[in-house]
Design a protein around this ligand. Structure first.
Ligand SMILES: *[C@@H]1O[C@H](CO)[C@@H](O)[C@H](O)[C@H]1NC(C)=O
Length: 390
């Protein structure tokens, strides 16, 4: 009897060691009206599911994960948010490159506020608020790039679970408000500026961008977002800057010290760039996504190599204009290479034989095809990382 009890206890202990950790119930919240943030978040969610956790995600798009991997996933969508942005005439990221850095500083915050206003007024946001008050999660994993109006959820969440914040945007200028320390303006270029701050003049400008950013954030943006947060919760709460200092336990950031100027970060801030591009280890029975058969045949047959054209998820070809598209098609028809083009509009031109048009492509997978030699990209962060890793 005694020996069987010991055996039983041993087996239980071993079982615990083997599974290492118990599955957790995780709430993932993706509130930024940007498809690329959703795509990045899906990679994160798949990783959590592969570890056996249960995930509920509320996001700006549906989170459809097929087969066994999706078994412990439930999701909701901030209804109508992306349609609002896609139909809006003023939402044109192709124009952003013309804006000055100082204009962009303000623009980012305007965008954050409009995101907040749109998302908190959805039905899914109200349901999310009710749910966090009544259902206890083990951890909340949330995009903390800019829609700060959702920080209020952490204050009312049942059992006050720990918060893991993530920033697919890369090194947000206000990162120091989450993790402490300075902004390192002599090393790290302000995101909208890109220019490496070399020499006294550029460093002074770069420091100015960070200072202006701080001023706008503290004196203009934060008070308005505080109001929006309180409108959403239905009551007053302590200042958001206290909440962000206090409640974010771990920050995951989409940067890599090899790809941008390295800055010192505290141990609870993890740089996880390439999450969207790295090889995965599928679980038993998982349906591993691959590219469509016609795309594979097209790329396999590219004897002189293939070029991929994609402007990511935010820039739309309709804003570039049909005249430019026509010129590009003409130029492409003269290439020996095959061209796979993610073109999201119908075009009234004849498509040359060496060009294949797709509405959507699993970019990260396509880039790993051996015949792909070059990529024409808009320079978005996720695309750049995928190009580097593949
Ligand atoms: C789903 O959750 C159940 C219960 O925790 C677990 O037994 C099962 O293995 C999970 N499925 C996946 C695919 O992880």
């Amino acid at each position: 009897m005694l020996s069987s009890v010991i055996l039983f206890v041993c087996c239980m202990l071993m079982g615990d060691l083997v599974t290492a950790s118990k599955p957790m119930s995780i709430l993932v919240i993706e509130t930024i009206p940007s498809t690329s943030h959703h795509v990045w978040t899906e990679h994160l969610v798949k990783g959590l599911l592969r570890k056996g956790h249960h995930v509920h995600i509320v996001s700006i798009h549906e989170t459809k994960i097929k087969g066994i991997l999706g078994q412990n996933l439930t999701y909701a969508v901030f209804d109508g948010v992306m349609q609002t942005y896609e139909q809006s005439e003023d939402y044109n990221p192709a124009e952003w490159e013309q804006y000055s850095v100082l204009y962009m500083v303000n623009f980012m915050y305007q965008w954050g506020m409009s995101g907040c206003q749109t998302v908190i007024r959805t039905k899914a946001a109200r349901e999310l608020l009710e749910m966090v008050k009544t259902v206890e999660f083990d951890v909340i994993v949330q995009d903390i790039t800019i829609t700060q109006c959702f920080y209020g959820l952490w204050e009312v969440a049942k059992g006050k679970p720990p918060v893991v914040g993530y920033v697919p945007f890369g090194a947000a200028p206000w990162l120091k408000d989450y993790v402490g320390g300075p902004s390192y303006p002599t090393v790290r270029p302000y995101p909208a500026s890109i220019v490496k701050p070399d020499g006294l003049w550029l460093r002074a400008w770069n420091a100015l961008y960070y200072i202006v950013d701080d001023l706008i954030r503290d004196y203009y943006y934060s008070p308005i977002v505080q109001q929006l947060t309180e409108e959403y919760l239905g009551h007053a709460i302590r200042p958001l800057h206290e909440i962000e200092k206090d409640r974010i336990n771990i920050v995951l950031i989409n940067t890599h010290p090899a790809l941008e100027p390295a800055i010192p970060l505290p141990p609870n801030t993890l740089e996880i760039a390439g999450l969207n591009a790295q090889a995965i280890e599928p679980i038993a029975g998982e349906v591993v996504a691959t590219y469509p058969e016609d795309v594979r045949v097209f790329l396999d047959g590219a004897k002189n190599g293939a070029v991929v054209i994609s402007l990511g998820t935010n820039v739309k070809w309709k804003t570039i204009g049909l005249d430019k598209v026509e010129t590009v098609i003409l130029a492409l028809s003269k290439l020996k290479q095959r061209v796979l083009w993610k073109l999201d509009i119908e075009v009234p031109f004849k498509i040359p034989d060496n060009v294949m048009i797709v509405k959507w492509m699993p970019q990260s997978l396509v880039l790993s095809h051996k015949n792909v030699r070059a990529v024409w990209t808009h320079g978005g962060l996720l695309s750049t990382q995928e190009n580097i890793w593949k």
